[in-house]
Design a protein around this ligand. Structure first.
Ligand SMILES: N[C@@H](CCC(=O)N[C@@H](CS)C(=O)NCC(=O)O)C(=O)O
Length: 214
């Protein structure tokens, strides 16, 4: 049985899509249309009860149901991809940056921008759009501050840890891509990292497959 990859074009699953294509692994892509509610359908919830993407179902049927676990599984299962440095301190740094991208940028920041309604108690729902706008602008502040923090620890050039493209680069990339799409300014080193990753042929291929022109 081939790997089954559940993804939504232009979402965080793009980072995993890049890792899969970099490894040139055969996989079946299952498109989950979030706006249409595919992620909440009973057949998908059976695979990933949290109703989020990405999900990767392994060839023995076990499901990995978040970005971090999929990225670590790919890095450890396919060391030829060099997605984690061999030096333990650098590998730990890659995991730190991966988490920063997933938790701070995505979880704290973009989630407020893309799903502002989740931060408004139902008792306040009557204030509707105004409150949603406040939540979204708070999300933009969080994202900008997180990129500024990242900037201070970003190498002047190249990938974020060592000479090879890592799981941290994949996680940072989709957050940078979102910033580009919604007009959040990236600081210089982060912007240079975004350009570097975006110019990789495999990344151009993935973005084209997901419906974006480079
Ligand atoms: N912790 C999960 C979160 C992933 C996540 O939030 N994915 C978004 C798309 S980028 C999603 O599935 N949204 C649907 C929802 O939260 O209902 C992970 O890292 O994989």
């Amino acid at each position: 049985m081939a790997l089954k990859f559940y993804m939504t074009p232009g979402s965080c699953s793009t980072g995993i899509h890049i890792l899969l294509e970099t490894l040139e692994l055969p996989f079946e892509a299952w498109i989950i249309n979030i706006p249409a509610g595919d992620h909440l359908r009973p057949d998908y919830l059976k695979i990933n009860p949290r109703g989020t993407i990405p999900t990767l179902v392994l060839d023995d049927g076990r499901a990995l149901t978040d970005f971090r676990s999929i990225a670590l599984w790919l890095a450890e299962t396919y060391p030829r991809g060099r997605f984690l440095p061999q030096d333990p301190a650098l590998a730990a740094r890659a995991v730190e940056l991966l988490d920063f991208a997933l938790i701070q940028l995505h979880g704290e920041g973009y989630t407020r921008i893309f799903t502002s309604e989740r931060y408004i108690p139902s008792s306040e729902a009557r204030h509707g759009q105004g409150l949603k706008d406040d939540v979204a602008s708070h999300g933009r502040e969080i994202v900008s501050q997180a990129f500024e923090l990242l900037e201070r620890r970003m190498p002047a050039e190249g990938y974020v840890v060592g000479p090879h493209f890592s799981i941290a680069d994949a996680a940072l990339f989709y957050n940078e891509f979102w910033a580009d799409r919604i007009g959040i300014l990236l600081p210089p080193r982060v912007a240079a990292h975004y350009r570097l990753v975006r110019a990789r042929p495999v990344v151009r291929q993935v973005l084209a497959e997901e419906g974006y022109r480079s």
